[in-house]
Write a protein that binds this ligand. Structure first.
Ligand code: C2O
Ligand code: CU
Length: 481
């Protein structure tokens, strides 16, 4: 089984460890696993002192943990979560990327759980649910960015066919939850100023599983499977393993058909990716870097600085000019060289649909001057009482996502419940087929996605995953009937 092979690789690593000076192994989040077809747990959200890196900070945690406990289930399982809101604000839970019903106490973005109240979530993963790296976080409109920036986010892993491929079973598995925090001198979460909200708030403390620059190890000759989640509300991660190749095996919605060699990997907020690292290089330390990336919005920032007398505090991000070190990879021990898988899981070809919808993503000035900006789809800010897209169940649609933002800000687009495939970017076909639930639409770009609406009817949402933009209106409702 996967765990037995992983255990034997791990014990080799452990034996070597006693002679290795780099002992600070990265900690994975706590685990809750399904048994006999049921994943059941209690989950409580509250504000409390939590250790982050080498500091204590007052953060928002699920069960007192940042990142939150890792949940693991299999296709066909029932998921039952007894949730209690001990925050001082309303909240709820969203199961990002899961293909489950959006109605009732399931992946329902319209639920509202007031402070001190509880709700039991219950839903079933379809029998053919893909295996992959999904996650959960709060989704109460107006509070999402603040609560996720406080730390509320955890992995939701669905185990299945990808985990059963022998080469993948032989790999050592690590989970990397990427979160950035802005912590003030008294250990509290910084509140963003006006511009930081427009840009999307970022913090200067970069963490992997709540740690600063942890160390991961790979057996020389062995394989390492890294499962990344960008759980930051706004920060983009342009990941690279210094002087070391890696191979993409899965995106948001699960496995690719075959591994794709990459030199770097851009993860917008909400996105996930799985890569294999092969221990075939010189045994030494390799740094996992976050390379500079400009996500746009410069003009707006300059205007704003003019307005505020140039004194406003930069929130990093677009202004990041140097690579940042996220973690270190060290080689330990050796195994006889393990091969990369040649084939993974075939990715379905979707039929070309008749329906094409166009969605313009933009930032609009509010009617009343001085009220700031709202973020919109087709010029409209979110209205919980309006249906923006009426879709027929069991049809496929193409959606054309057009970023017409006057400041050419990047907007990662996310659709709940219904995974999709990216067909073209600025008219050019994508290099490989993959399932996604969040796709980056850069300033000025047009991205065409193909969405099968199947299995579940009801109302759900799509939105920008720069969560301040979502809270400021960039969200719409799709009704599937
Ligand atoms: Cu991860 Cu609707 O969000
Ligand atoms: Cu956005």
């Amino acid at each position: 089984t996967a765990s037995a092979v992983t255990a034997s690789v791990a014990s080799i690593a452990l034996a070597q460890n006693s002679r290795n000076p780099f002992k600070s192994q990265a900690l994975s989040p706590k685990l809750h696993k399904s048994a006999d077809g049921l994943l059941e747990l209690e989950l409580e959200a509250s504000s409390r002192p939590i250790s982050l890196g080498n500091k204590q900070a007052t953060l928002l945690g699920y069960n007192g943990q940042v990142p939150a406990p890792r949940l693991e289930a299999q296709a066909g399982d029932i998921v039952r979560i007894r949730f209690t809101n001990n925050l001082s604000q309303p909240t709820n839970l969203h199961y990002h990327g899961l293909h489950v019903t959006p109605i009732g106490n399931a992946d329902n973005a319209f639920l509202d759980i007031p402070p001190k109240e509880s709700l039991t979530y219950e839903f079933t993963l379809p029998k053919n649910h893909p295996s992959g790296t999904f996650w959960y976080h709060p989704h109460r409109h107006g509070y999402v960015a603040e609560q996720v920036f406080g730390g509320l986010a955890g992995l939701f892993i669905v185990r299945g066919e990808l985990d059963e491929i022998p080469e993948i079973q032989a790999a050592k598995e690590e989970f990397l939850v990427l979160q950035d925090f802005g912590i003030d001198g008294s250990g509290r979460i910084q509140s963003p100023n006006h511009m930081a909200m427009m840009m999307g708030r970022e913090g200067q403390m970069l963490t992997v599983n709540g740690q600063v620059k942890p160390t991961f190890s790979i057996a020389s000759g062995g394989l390492l499977r890294l499962r990344f989640l960008n759980a930051s509300p706004s920060r983009f991660y342009r990941l690279a393993l210094e002087n070391h190749p890696f191979y993409l095996i899965a995106t948001d919605g699960g496995a690719l058909a075959e591994p794709v060699e990459l030199k770097e990997l851009l993860l917008a907020p909400g996105e996930r990716a799985e890569v294999l690292v092969r221990g075939e290089r010189e045994p030494q330390q390799y740094r996992l870097l976050n390379l500079p990336y400009n996500r746009g919005g410069m003009e707006m920032m300059e205007d704003e600085m003019g307005m505020m007398g140039g004194s406003s505090h930069m929130m990093g991000g677009s202004y990041q000019v140097n690579p940042q070190v996220l973690a270190t990879l060290t080689y330990q021990g050796s195994v006889s060289t393990l091969p990369l898988p040649k084939q993974l899981i075939p990715v379905e070809t979707l039929p070309e649909p008749k329906t094409l919808r166009r969605l313009e993503l933009s930032m609009e000035e509010e009617m009343t001057p001085g009220m700031g900006m709202s973020f919109t789809f087709n010029g409209k800010a979110f209205d919980p009482n309006r249906i923006d897209a009426q879709v027929r169940l069991n049809t496929v649609e193409d959606w054309e996502l057009v970023n017409v933002d006057p400041d050419r800000m990047d907007h990662p687009f996310h659709l709940h419940v219904n995974p999709f495939q990216v067909i073209t970017r600025n008219g050019k076909p994508e290099p490989y087929r993959a399932w996604k639930d969040t796709v980056l639409v850069r300033g000025g770009e047009t991205v065409r996605i193909r969405i099968p609406f199947r299995d579940f009817s009801g109302k759900t949402v799509y939105h920008c995953h720069v969560l301040d933009h979502e809270d400021l209106g960039m969200m719409g409702i799709v009704n599937i009937q």
